[in-house]
Design a protein around this ligand. Structure first.
Ligand SMILES: Cc1cc2nc3c(=O)[nH]c(=O)nc-3n(C[C@H](O)[C@H](O)[C@H](O)COP(=O)(O)OP(=O)(O)OC[C@H]3O[C@@H](n4cnc5c(N)ncnc54)[C@H](O)[C@@H]3O)c2cc1C
Length: 508
């Protein structure tokens, strides 16, 4: 068993890589996935449709259901959803297809990764999508991921009121949230036409399953990468209780921002002292593995509906969104607000939740091993709000969002605000306490094996995604973002996998 390329993890990045790398019939590709694999016709309903977020609930069939902690000062448990199925987290996510801001990519370039400047990423954002609504230099029309927006006449009353309230509060109209200059309130770009969640399993993997040079093995867990000196030569896996070693000329970790650093460390690649502390003999000392981990801290502002404002169980979740810049800060669009309307109509869940998220967090988390066993999840310390700039901007975000919802357009829809209460909002201290108690995360874990030049002691991969100091080993997924982007992460990760596939084709 020897392959030209072995890809570990069939998620957002892994499915893209499997497709693009197997376009060359002379390259044999093995795609390994710990979860099950479904063709489109076999997809369980909760993966095919959003189904009130059933797929991402803690304990759901295709969710790794990790648990992390908010911060050392506030060790409250936080649920961390990750997809465990072909398509990965794109198979359980909320289908907002929003690109990172141009400034995000230009900052990646300025940090020593010039191949990732916005101008160089744009062709790949275009390549990945077929935008049904917008035709211009910034959008693609024939890529695998279909993108659409809810037309204004189809907006639910809550979204129509939200748009009106935002406009009256002075936020600009944002007709194209993927335009490089975009800000304000507008229709959210989505990758779920007809209510179908278009994961990378559907859009990229189904399109290449027929290729004889592509082998897809689901329900196989990679345990570690095998080395000969500094050269990666294969992967040790577990399949139905049996262990195997499979050889490959190139090994690509695409397990996502939690599994990729975990697998590197289980393979002896990471901070040497930490590895020894859990009984792993280091192969290569790389202090940045598991460091700098980021995610978008998020809170829900919760309202009780008016008695005759009903939410249908199959209502669209997202239609209209708002992005703005926190007062006193310069990072454009560092706040995102999304009212959600897909909760089931039931006595236990009648409330309206408005997601309010910090899109440009400064606080950095830490991922460490607690065991040398792949089946024991790593310790995830998100260290939310440990940087005072994050708390300051989050406060501003919550206050401005609450103010928007005071608009009379909501009078027939919302009966009262349940959380934060007026007492929570009364002072900075009380609001900070509410934030500490309520901040959770989006599913946007990233930057846990960050990309950067070898002069950066915390860089794990170079800008072509090659692991520093080792041969034949790359990481290509959310983990290698040099910093988190100001957007939901799926589109950026797909873009990165598209671009990295070209690097591999070019022998970089
Ligand atoms: C609930 C939720 C909602 C989200 N909503 C949105 C949204 O609306 N818009 C958006 O842009 N982003 C959203 N995201 C984020 C986005 O989906 C993820 O950032 C993205 O899918 C991650 O891609 P990835 O390739 O890095 O990892 P993943 O897609 O998570 O893929 C990793 C794959 O590796 C597999 N794997 C892990 N360990 C092993 C192992 N040891 N052996 C073999 N296989 C392994 C996993 O099972 C998984 O299939 C959401 C995420 C979640 C969880």
């Amino acid at each position: 068993m020897k392959y030209d390329v072995i890809i570990i993890g069939a998620g957002s990045a892994g499915c893209v890589l499997a497709n693009r790398l197997s376009e060359d019939p002379d390259r044999s590709v093995l795609l390994l996935e710990a979860g099950p694999d479904y063709t489109f016709d076999q997809l369980p309903a909760e993966l095919k449709h959003d189904m009130n977020q059933a797929a991402s609930e803690q304990g759901a069939d295709h969710n790794w259901s990790f648990v992390g902690q908010a911060s050392p000062q506030n060790p409250r448990s936080i649920h961390v959803a990750r997809g465990k199925v072909t398509g990965g987290s794109s198979a359980i996510n909320h289908q907002i297809l929003l690109r990172g801001a141009p400034e995000d990519f230009d900052a990646w370039a300025a940090a020593g990764n010039d191949e990732w400047a916005y101008q160089k990423t744009l062709p790949y954002f275009r390549r990945l999508e077929a935008d049904a609504d917008i035709r211009d230099d910034f959008h693609g029309t024939d890529g695998p991921i279909p993108v659409w927006r809810h037309a204004r006449e189809d907006w639910l009353p809550l979204h129509a009121a939200f748009y009106q309230a935002c406009r009256d509060a002075g936020f600009p109209d944002d007709p194209d949230m993927n335009h490089p200059d975009s800000t304000g309130v507008g229709q959210v770009p989505l990758n779920n036409p007809g209510g179908v969640r278009m994961s990378t399993a559907i859009t990229y993997l189904d399109a290449c399953r027929h290729r004889l040079n592509l082998t897809i093995r689901a329900n196989v867990t990679a345990k570690r990468v095998v080395f000969d000196g500094d050269k990666a030569t294969g992967v040790e896996v577990e399949s139905n209780g049996e262990s195997f070693t499979v050889d490959g000329d190139q090994i690509i970790l695409a397990g996502g921002a939690i599994a990729s650093p975990q697998l590197l460390m289980l393979s002896g690649v990471g901070p040497a002292d930490h590895l020894r502390s859990v009984g792993i003999e280091p192969v290569h000392d790389l202090p940045g593995v598991g460091r700098s981990m980021k995610n978008h801290p998020s809170v829900s502002i919760v309202y009780r509906s008016q008695p005759d404002h009903h939410l249908a169980p199959d209502a669209p979740r997202n239609q209209v969104g708002l992005r703005f810049t926190a007062n006193g800060y310069n990072e454009r669009n560092d706040i995102q607000v999304q009212p959600t309307t897909s909760y089931p109509e039931s006595p236990t869940a009648p409330n309206i939740r408005v997601g309010c998220r910090l899109e440009y967090p400064y606080s950095e988390g830490l991922l460490t091993l607690t065991s040398a066993d792949v089946d024991v999840q790593p310790h995830l310390d998100f260290r939310f709000l440990t940087d005072p700039r994050d708390t300051e901007r989050f406060r501003d975000a919550v206050r401005r969002t609450v103010a928007v919802f005071e608009h009379p357009a909501f009078a027939d829809l919302l009966a009262e605000r349940l959380s934060p209460t007026d007492a929570d909002l009364a002072s900075d201290d009380s609001l900070d306490a509410w934030l500490q108690q309520n901040a959770g995360i989006a599913g946007h874990a990233s930057v846990s094996c960050k990309m950067g030049p070898s002069s950066d002691p915390l860089a794990v991969v170079d800008q072509y995604c090659n692991v520093h100091g080792l041969r034949n080993l790359r990481v290509i997924d959310a983990a290698v973002m040099p910093d988190i982007v100001r957007a939901n992460t799926n589109a950026t990760i797909i873009m990165m996998a598209e671009r990295a596939a070209d690097f591999i084709r070019e022998g970089k």
